[in-house]
Design a protein around this ligand. Structure first.
Ligand SMILES: Cc1cc2nc3c(=O)[nH]c(=O)nc-3n(C[C@H](O)[C@H](O)[C@H](O)COP(=O)(O)OP(=O)(O)OC[C@H]3O[C@@H](n4cnc5c(N)ncnc54)[C@H](O)[C@@H]3O)c2cc1C
Length: 475
């Protein structure tokens, strides 16, 4: 009787899980296993909230598996050693897993497959980075042509989605170590972990009644409104498949009642393709984790002022839209995409602090912290990446606030000290006359900081810094 291990990594789901489906069709007995790798779990890049979300997700997966007469086996240790020991213990001959294209995972899986039969199936992205290449066989370096090629290659239909298995035959009585995650079960999170929560989030986003997907193009940048899908933590851990989301987007495009709605759904699909693009970039250029993609911008002389860095981390820069975004991150482990762009731009362009410091901080705190998307987002903002926004495009935090949080509702939600500040001053509270500061109970310099840097000065300074870096980088 063939026995196989389904090694769960970043695919905590039963629906549309190709690795699980293959395991079930190839073996009579399938043992779902998650290995808590101390190298990952104890890394400074993984914060408390993301770990809690993962372990709560594992608990949810275990419950779903129990409904299928199976259960999750949770072990701790170095993956290859744990797998070898488990295979011997239960007599399994093969391990199935979803391919993960991050440099860490590729290296780990290479090591594992040298010692045991490991079958990597499907992947955390829809397009395999080796499959979607330019005609000359090299990877795309620019998003738009990648996106066009992706769209011509992937026209999804429902028959491509792997159904939830009816049952999984798993032996009972295997030693289990759910204690490993127990201390995380009480952590309160803004996101309920697990596949059913992910399915609910997708259903809500694409439902005709709600219609957010159809209004996504116009609403996605508004900080004060909830127009985005809030699916990133689920996609991060594969509690929903990227393929199911992309299929939902394409289906919404086909059913759109008008052109504007179709555009809304397509804009959302394009975001999912950004995810694919950054996965491909990191796979082909793993060095971007530590250095700028653009070689002419590897010698930037950052100012790296530690006090200003702390002010940014704690959301007390004196620029409300930046501070509200950072406080949202600290409180919830999630930040709106516009907030990410604004606060990242402020760190790099206004404070002249190395984008890698910000990348590290985001990675630690984000529940959806993902090496490819996070690195891509930071390098895009810093103008050092592949498909970079020109480095001289610098976000003005006051104008960004006015445009994407016009009444200051988002700001007031996260900065209660500004709750009585009149709308006229909400994006530049330091301009409030003394009497208005009194009446709104917000004394600048006391209840809320003065701006830690003058934006116009900072703009000129960073342009000079980048200019010098480019000159020396080319030499
Ligand atoms: C500096 C910076 C850091 C970021 N770090 C991360 C990160 O660690 N993890 C992460 O998942 N996203 C990251 N993003 C991308 C983006 O901000 C989030 O994916 C998005 O805010 C998640 O919210 P949502 O699910 O409501 O997204 P929606 O707008 O509903 O988009 C749907 C999905 O598309 C994907 N997506 C959307 N925008 C992007 C993008 N620009 N790049 C890659 N994928 C995208 C996500 O998987 C997202 O869940 C970062 C962006 C920036 C500017």
């Amino acid at each position: 009787m063939t026995k196989a291990i389904w090694w769960v990594r970043r695919d905590l789901r039963l629906k549309d899980n190709q690795a699980l489906s293959e395991a079930i069709s190839s073996a009579k007995v399938v043992i779902p296993v998650f290995i808590s790798d101390p190298k990952l779990v104890n890394s400074s890049r993984v914060g408390r909230k993301r770990l809690a979300f993962l372990y709560q997700g594992l608990q949810a997966l275990n419950s779903e598996l129990k409904e299928k007469r199976s259960n999750l086996v949770l072990r701790e240790g170095q993956p290859v050693e744990v797998l070898k020991q488990l295979m011997a213990e239960i007599g399994a001959t093969v391990v199935f897993a979803e391919a993960d294209f991050s440099p860490f995972a590729c290296q780990r899986d290479d090591q594992v497959s040298r010692e045991i039969p490991l079958k990597l199936i499907g992947g955390s992205s829809i397009s395999h980075p080796e499959a979607l290449l330019k005609k000359d066989g090299t990877p795309y370096l620019v998003y738009s042509p990648f996106m066009r090629a992706w769209k011509s290659m992937y026209k999804l239909d429902s028959s491509q989605l792997f159904p939830v298995p009816e049952s999984i035959s798993t032996p009972t009585g295997l030693e289990n170590d759910f204690e490993i995650g127990a201390r995380h079960s009480d952590t309160q999170l803004d996101f309920r972990a697990g596949e059913s929560a992910a399915q609910e989030a997708l259903a809500k986003f694409i439902s005709a009644a709600n219609g957010d997907i159809y209004r996504y193009a116009e609403g996605r940048n508004r900080l004060d409104l909830e127009f985005t899908a809030r699916l990133s933590p689920y996609l991060r851990f594969g509690m929903i498949s990227a393929q199911e989301c992309a299929f939902a987007a394409q289906e919404a495009m086909r059913r759109a009642p008008d052109e504007a709605s179709r555009e809304g759904a397509e804009t959302w699909l394009n975001e999912l393709i950004w995810r694919e693009f950054y996965i491909s970039i990191l796979y082909h250029f793993p060095k971007v984790i530590n250095e700028s993609f653009r070689s002419d911008l590897r010698n930037i002389h950052w100012i790296n002022d530690r006090d200003q860095y702390s002010a940014w981390q704690e959301g007390r820069t004196g620029y409300p839209v930046v501070d509200a975004s950072m406080r949202q991150l600290l409180a919830t482990g999630w930040m709106h995409n516009r907030g990410r762009m604004i606060s990242a731009s402020f760190l790099v362009k206004d404070l002249a602090i190395d984008w890698r410091w910000g990348e590290k901080f985001f990675m630690h705190h984000l529940i959806d912290g993902d090496p490819a998307a996070n690195n891509g987002g930071w390098q895009w903002t810093a103008g050092t990446g592949t498909d970079a926004t020109p480095y001289f495009r610098i976000f003005n935090p006051i104008l960004q606030g006015k445009k994407f949080d016009p009444q200051g509702r988002f700001i007031k939600k996260w900065l209660p000290e500004l709750s009585a500040v009149p709308t006229k001053y909400i994006h530049s509270p330091w301009k409030m006359p003394a009497a208005v500061q009194e009446s709104s109970e917000c004394i600048i310099g006391q209840d809320y900081p003065q701006p830690i840097v003058d934006h116009a000065f900072a703009r000129d300074r960073i342009l000079e810094i980048y200019k010098t870096a480019r000159q020396t980088g080319r030499e």
